[in-house]
Design a protein around this ligand. Structure first.
Ligand code: 13P
Ligand code: SF4
Length: 339
């Protein structure tokens, strides 16, 4: 693709976005990004398309072209509510599949089909069938970070923002044992919270992990605290329990966002993907974001040129076997109902 030209018209149209991002991008870098932002937004309006951008998208995507931004749960809810003809999913493959499950009549586009997820790759539909055979009658709660095949075999989905709520709802229905797949750390963290709340529910765990969050260690937290005694530490529940034990706050990416906006700590450390800190820094200039982050190589596959190409060609498109999509939808709907 030929680089696009930075014209005075584009400079004027994108000036409010640059004003927000001038601490993130130098002017000469911005001149290469702005024409893509302009053209993507023009095409989006022409084609009645909506861009769903996860909190881990880089600021040029997040603030430049995202119509709906948020965590996995928010993006799924907004996909379900959208009246656009086309959804462009700026995130990873399982998120685009979730949108297609919820909106089978819409065209769902994914700027890079290779944007996967280590959690999603850790389990198959056949694994869930085997688990159900091993534990008959035990409900299977599956993290949204999975393929449609895995969701189709599960009873209910969850995200990091509603996992605890969903486990509590199943316990209230009388379940004493619950299978949680595929993230062992999310499952262990939820099991710890349940136990701390006095519950004796047994959580059966699958051995998957997020390749980004599993890298954080309690020493990372201690090191930051040694240098910055007043640092407020927020950790994503995909982190190991030993990291969560050192943190001041635990929550999904949207819950971290809300916490920072409402409390404005002087210094914050996010034990999560790097772009989350950049996006929060742009929205909360009074908060000093201390850099202890990890990059997700899958999320970073999404770029403005790929988004533009995908809108122009309306490819690559997510397609799902209708029967699998229908069965997966039951688990996603159950989650939306319980959360
Ligand atoms: P949430 O945005 O739901 O917190 O999930 C984080 C994540 O790892 C998505 O890939
Ligand atoms: Fe998957 Fe982790 Fe990347 Fe999220 S951050 S897409 S959970 S590998």
């Amino acid at each position: 693709m030929q680089p696009l030209e930075y014209t005075p018209e584009i400079a004027e149209a994108t000036a409010p976005i640059f004003a927000k991002l001038e601490h993130q991008y130098k002017e000469e870098h911005w001149r290469t990004l702005a024409p893509y932002i302009y053209e993507i937004n023009r095409l989006k309006a022409e084609k009645n398309a909506v861009i769903l951008a996860h909190n881990y998208m880089t600021p040029d995507i997040f603030y430049g072209v995202g119509d709906v931004v948020g965590d996995s749960l928010m993006l799924a809810q907004q996909a379900a509510a959208s009246d656009a003809d086309i959804i462009v999913q700026c995130g990873v493959h399982f998120m685009a599949e979730t949108s297609k499950i919820l909106c089978p009549e819409k065209k769902v586009l994914m700027p890079d089909m290779n944007a996967g997820c280590s959690l999603s790759e850790s389990i198959t539909g056949a694994d869930v069938i085997a688990l159900k055979k091993e534990y008959p009658g035990v409900p299977v709660v599956t993290y949204v970070n999975t393929s449609a095949d895995v969701k189709a075999e599960s009873d209910v989905c969850c995200t990091s923002s509603n996992a605890l709520k969903i486990i509590k709802a199943l316990e209230a229905q009388g379940h004493k044992r619950i299978i949680m797949t595929p993230d062992k750390f999310l499952a262990k963290n939820v099991a710890n919270e349940m136990r701390d709340g006095g519950s004796d529910v047994e959580i059966i765990i699958w051995d998957g992990a997020c390749m980004v969050h599993e890298r954080f260690t309690p020493e990372d937290v201690r090191r930051v605290r040694e240098e910055h005694k007043d640092a407020f530490v927020l950790a994503h529940p995909e982190c190991p329990p030993e990291v969560m034990a050192e943190a001041d706050f635990s929550g999904s990416t949207a819950q971290m966002d809300t916490y920072i906006k409402e409390h404005k700590p002087a210094k914050a450390v996010l034990m999560t993907e790097c772009s989350m800190g950049s996006n929060l820094a742009a929205a909360n200039p009074s908060v000093q974001m201390l850099g202890t982050c990890q990059m997700c190589p899958h999320m970073k596959r999404i770029s403005l040129p790929k988004i533009l190409k995908c809108l122009q060609t309306e490819q690559p498109e997510i397609t799902l076997d209708p029967e699998t999509a229908k069965r997966a939808r039951k688990a996603v709907d159950k989650m939306l109902e319980l959360s």
